[in-house]
Design a protein around this ligand. Structure first.
Ligand code: NAG
Ligand code: NAG
Ligand code: NAG
Ligand code: NAG
Ligand code: NAG
Ligand code: NAG
Ligand code: NAG
Ligand code: NAG
Ligand code: NAG
Ligand code: NAG
Ligand code: NAG
Ligand code: CU
Length: 804
């Protein structure tokens, strides 16, 4: 069974029997999931559309003003691309379902985004509709030096006679060759090799870990190491032993066992592989014989085991003493008079208040927003996640060697169906999300939700001796959640009544932890035998702001202390001033947030001044949590040239069709030679009144403590960035909202309140049937997959059904 290939692009830490925390462990898959028959029954339920979450009939509909040219490829388009590629005999492709580690096969397929200038010309009626192209990862493994290469394929039209393919060079910072070596094409066979090494140390392992080696999962560093040995570059894989939960709980990443092996897996011939060493208790042994000899010596020191494979300690279920009144239902959100937003579900176009935008979805980074307009003017051409790093450290090589570049695993494949009433209010509009990889199109129903909610605090209030006024704080959110292995990343795009747009990421789920021995400098001991493994999260987002056109400037307004002698003062006064400057050049395009937040950063249009002479613009600023941060490590021994977007809080570059993304999902195959090296975007280009792109980081320096057991919680694990109108309008636009009140009063009068002004809003009346909005949780479905090659549109849902 070539599960490696049919699930994902092959990976460093990904092998049939070597589950990584970054994919859902396959053992867990079998262990925890309902039997296939049950799943089939659930799919039937979905087909008769009984899933409340998928019921968009109540949504107010709208027709998108133009076609969504950023929309993800349809299943039919992806199928056509696969068919075209299989017709190219020089590619020597094997159908993904039949491929083995020595085949060439088709990996991820996504839309190659159309060039912005072409799209804007088309929107303005100056050019025809841009043609659709796909970008495809082709895995070339029928060779001694396996590699992958990204191709651009198209145009995708009903008549495929003009389709061509070529390397997608504009998607790379490399000059010329964009092939990426794959040093882990034989991951499954490597795992078999590891098992052989374990059997030679079986007695020692059983004695140290308390169970047979086969009871453990064995996986480790990501990305793989390259090491110079006798002038020869070797590919190294450090692995550790992980306990496998024997109960439902998915807490394998809390069960590191403290025993590690180093494997040299250079070349495709297993005869060249060797076990390099063992590590236990901070002592390194060169080879199995040395390890066993030490183990047998009377002075061999052992450490507390990290036990608890059946542990309720690590399960997230309710426990502990009851909280007062906690069995009563908590406050809940309802929609008394229907949705106040409109959706074109086919075009994936959304309108709320004075905002409107298009949605796209990618395998690598999930949801993406395009053409965000406010009051009819484009504010943002593109907004979305670029990359998410999770960089660990530790006394052991597996934690030290972990620098996850998560677009490799992808946010699309793990954007599962949302839970109404928990992830989003049950009245939200839910949209499907589809991605294409390994010749399978997978649709996660209800993976994106859209809803308005009350922030629980007014956006405005004021009281005087004569009146009190307040305006409801309403926010419209688009949310998706991706469970990338152990962590659940939740992404929000919030639209506020004052014209602000906020990007928020929150983390929950299980931490990846370390064995406790010798790890004091890298985290806290949080359970018997367990250390929280300190790590940095850095999530990079692209925001292509267009303020009244594409000619914009990034300005900094610094709040500086000043000593000034005024005409009207006889002594120098210690005070402060506003100091304005332009960021004129990409050489100054890397920024951190100023000390004491004494600097405002805006994108303005100097050619569009308001009547007071101030250029109109939008300000960008951290709104919550660790939004000002970046990676601590500046030259990571894991990431090398692949961390260029994570060493500052914020970047500005001149927008170019060839500088579309901050990272690439295949960078981690060879992080020294990334396909996209973000630092190469900074080449001194002029930034004054140019088309600018901002790239900002959200994240968290995460040093897990006992409160991360069993799961990290959203209260502290969140980070947000907001952009807000700045001298853009003449006053606060939330005054347009009817959802406000003013009470006029006179305390000397017997009737204290003389007038209640509601501005056209009213308090909803009548009773509300809560039973009618109850969610049927038995209707939850994971995904449904469509086989593409050969693709039969008449039987789209008849295979590969699973919850993940
Ligand atoms: C969908 O919502 C409409 C309007 O509330 C309702 O009439 C219909 O029964 C719902 N359909 C399903 C399958 O829940
Ligand atoms: C690939 O070749 C087959 C057989 O000739 C043909 O039916 C199919 O249309 C071709 N696919 C594309 C996309 O051209
Ligand atoms: C084509 O791929 C097959 C494996 O699928 C391999 O055996 C064969 O050598 C390849 N042919 C060429 C010309 O690379
Ligand atoms: C969502 O996907 C399901 C199948 O998974 C399909 O039945 C449904 O029509 C889709 N809904 C929309 C709005 O595309
Ligand atoms: C400054 O000081 C001089 C001398 O003490 C005084 O005459 C003058 O009025 C002062 N000016 C102001 C602006 O206070
Ligand atoms: C910033 O650039 C604009 C446009 O060139 C110019 O008018 C303005 O004077 C500059 N501001 C500063 C502080 O240099
Ligand atoms: C980064 O680390 C490598 C070795 O891992 C070293 O060769 C290089 O000089 C370092 N670069 C910087 C800027 O520190
Ligand atoms: C987009 O722009 C790049 C760089 O200029 C160019 O190579 C590419 O052909 C363009 N794509 C299309 C579809 O025109
Ligand atoms: C407040 O009420 C008193 C008593 O009726 C009245 O004399 C007074 O004019 C009122 N003040 C205002 C500001 O309306
Ligand atoms: C409330 O809704 C439930 C479920 O739709 C329905 O069975 C019930 O009759 C409703 N009750 C009232 C009072 O309308
Ligand atoms: C699945 O699809 C194939 C054609 O693609 C068809 O021959 C087969 O009958 C379908 N199976 C089921 C169970 O619907
Ligand atoms: Cu974390």
């Amino acid at each position: 069974m070539r599960t490696t290939i049919s699930l994902l692009i092959a990976s460093a830490a990904l092998a049939l029997a070597a589950p990584s925390p970054k994919i859902l462990p396959l053992k867990g898959l079998i262990r925890n999931r309902p039997a296939p028959e049950d799943l089939l029954a659930q799919i039937e339920i979905l087909k008769v559309a009984s899933l409340a979450a998928e019921n968009t009939t109540e949504t107010e509909t709208i027709t998108a003003p133009y076609k969504n040219v950023w929309a993800s490829l349809t299943t039919a388009e992806a199928a056509q691309v696969v068919s075209f590629l299989h017709n190219q005999t020089d590619l020597n492709l094997t159908a993904a379902a039949d491929a083995d580690t020595w085949s060439n096969w088709v990996g991820a397929i996504d839309l190659a985004p159309p060039n912005k200038t072409d799209v804007l010309d088309w929107i303005d009626g100056k050019a025809s509709e841009p043609p659709r192209f796909a970008k495809v990862i082709l895995q070339f493994q029928a060779t001694d030096e396996p590699y992958l290469e990204e191709m651009i394929v198209g145009p995708i039209e009903s008549d495929s006679s003009s389709m061509t393919y070529r390397p997608y060079t504009e998607g790379s910072t490399r000059i010329g060759n964009i092939r990426q070596r794959n040093y882990d094409a034989d991951a499954d066979v490597v795992y078999e090799f590891i098992e052989k090494q374990c059997s030679q140390a079986a007695t020692a392992i059983k004695s140290l870990l308390g169970a047979d080696w086969s009871e453990f999962d064995i996986w480790g560093i990501d990305p793989l190491w390259h090491e110079e040995v006798d002038n020869d570059e070797r590919v190294m894989y450090w692995v550790g032993f992980w306990g496998v939960p024997t109960t439902l709980g998915d807490f394998e990443t809390l069960l590191p066992q403290g025993l590690y092996m180093k494997i040299d897996q250079t070349s495709r011939d297993p005869k060249n592989w060797k076990l390099v060493g063992w590590l236990y208790g901070g002592v390194y042994y060169r080879g199995t014989a040395a390890f066993l000899a030490a183990f047998e010596s009377p002075t061999f020191e052992t450490y507390t085991r990290n036990e608890g494979v059946d542990g309720s300690w690590a399960m997230t279920d309710n426990k502990g003493s009851a909280l007062p009144l906690d069995s009563r239902a908590p406050p809940m959100q309802i929609l008394p008079e229907g949705k106040r937003w409109k959706v074109d579900a086919d075009a994936k176009f959304v309108a709320y208040g004075d905002f409107e935008y298009f949605i796209s979805f990618t395998r690598d980074t999930g949801v993406r927003l395009f053409d965000i307009k406010y009051k009819g003017e484009r504010i943002i051409y593109e907004l979305g996640l670029q990359e998410a790093l999770a960089h660990y450290s530790g006394a052991d090589p597996v934690q030290s060697g972990t620098g996850y570049v998560d677009s490799y695993y992808g946010f699309g494949p793990y954007a599962f169906e949302l839970l109404p009433g928990f992830d989003c209010p049950s009245y939200a509009t839910f949209l499907n999300a589809t991605f294409h990889a390994n010749e399978i199109s997978t649709t996660h129903p209800a993976a994106i939700c859209l809803f308005e909610s009350d922030m629980g605090t007014p956006i405005q209030r004021h009281a005087s001796s004569a009146y009190v006024s307040a305006t409801k704080g309403l926010v419209f959110t688009m949310r998706s959640v991706s469970t990338v292995g152990n962590y659940d990343y939740s992404f929000d795009y919030n639209f506020y009544q004052d014209g602000s747009i906020e990007t928020v990421v929150r983390a929950s789920g299980y931490i990846q932890s370390a064995y406790y021995a010798k790890n004091e400098d890298y985290g806290y001991q949080i359970h018997d035998g367990l250390s929280g493994s300190m790590h940095d999260h850095s999530l990079n987002f692209k925001v292509d702001l267009d303020i009244l056109g594409t000619k914009n400037t990034l300005v900094k307004h610094e709040i500086v202390k000043a000593d000034v002698l005024y005409d009207w003062s006889n002594t120098t006064r210690s005070t402060m001033k506003l100091e304005r400057s332009n960021v004129t050049n990409e050489d100054d395009g890397k920024m951190n947030w100023a000390h004491n937040a004494q600097q405002m950063i805006m994108v303005v249009n100097h050619d569009e001044k308001n009547k007071f002479g101030e250029p109109r613009g939008y300000r960008i600023m951290p709104s919550r949590g660790g939004a000002g941060m970046h990676l601590t490590i500046t030259n990571s021994s894991n990431l090398f040239n692949s961390q260029g977007f994570a060493d500052h809080a914020l970047y500005v570059t001149k927008r170019k069709d060839t500088e579309n993304a901050a990272s690439h999902s295949c960078n981690s195959y060879d992080p020294r030679n990334p396909i996209v090296d973000f630092s190469k975007y900074f080449d001194g280009e002029d930034l004054v009144q140019e088309d600018l792109v901002l790239w900002f980081n959200l994240g968290m320096h995460h040093v897990p403590h006992t409160g991360d057991i069993p799961n990290t919680v959203h209260t502290t694990a969140q980070s947000g960035m907001i952009i807000s109108p700045h001298n853009y309008l003449y006053s606060d636009p939330s005054r347009q909202s009817k959802q406000m009140i003013r009470l006029d009063y006179n305390s000397s009068d017997s009737e204290i309140v003389s007038t209640v002004k509601t501005f056209g809003s009213s308090q909803p009346e009548g009773s509300f049937n809560l039973s009618a909005i109850a969610t049927d949780y038995y209707a939850y479905v994971g995904d449904s997959a469509t086989r593409k090659f050969p693709y039969d549109p008449l039987h789209p849902y008849n295979e590969t059904i699973s919850i993940v």
